[in-house]
Design a protein around this ligand. Structure first.
Ligand code: GAR
Length: 194
């Protein structure tokens, strides 16, 4: 069974959706580790509730990004992690992890990329006044929310839409799409992880 490490910085609702899918068997993978760069993030509490080990690691405590990522890599290697899944991890991935996991790091973003990359994609879509936004799952490269797309889903923005209502609609899709895409990437017949 393939082993996944999920990286998160915030609430961790996508982390939980992936972990529940793995625990229920609809995703045939082991969630070996949560990596979280924010000690106060709710994702860390979720890991405890789900019985998944967490590496809580703050870049502030390292001299460089390289040293920070080397520490993470050591843990991933010792657990024989096959794939890194970013789920609201609000940091760029550096060369240490990119080179160790070529084609095996994926991210989810709450817009139809390349529209609205970076922070608060939902707020950006509302401010732009577009009628449709969505969710994109993509391979990670050195850029911010760049890299080849794997899957996407559109979400309509209706009259009177608020940040909260749009976020709810987007997250509902994220929570089903991310485990589904992971299952296809890891265990699908024709779609292999690069
Ligand atoms: C998710 O909506 C994810 O798409 C977004 O952060 C949220 C994390 O929610 N990611 C990005 O914006 C990446 N640029 P969660 O912590 O509840 O899973």
């Amino acid at each position: 069974m393939k082993k996944i490490a999920v990286f998160a910085s915030g609430s961790g609702s996508n982390f939980q959706a992936i972990a529940v899918a793995a625990q229920s068997g609809s995703l045939n993978a082991e969630i070996s580790l949560l990596v979280c760069d924010k000690p106060d993030a709710f994702a860390v509490d979720r890991a405890e509730m789900l019985g998944i080990p967490a590496l809580v690691i703050s870049p502030k405590n390292y001299a460089s990004k390289e040293a920070y990522e080397k520490e993470i890599l050591q843990r991933l290697t010792s657990l024989q992690v096959d794939m890194i899944v970013l789920a609201g991890y609000m940091r760029l991935i550096g060369p240490i992890l990119l080179n160790a996991y070529v084609g095996k790091i994926i991210n989810i973003h709450p817009s139809l990329l390349p529209a609205f990359p970076g922070k608060d994609a939902i707020g950006q879509a509302l401010a732009a006044g577009v009628k449709t936004t969505g969710v994109t799952i993509h391979y990670v490269d050195e850029g911010m929310d760049t890299g080849p797309a794997i899957a996407s889903a559109a979400v309509d923005i209706i009259a009177g839409e608020t940040h909260e209502s749009l976020q709810r609609k987007i997250q509902r899709i994220e929570h089903s799409l991310y485990p589904e895409v992971l299952e296809k990437l890891l265990n699908g017949k024709e779609e292999a992880v690069q």
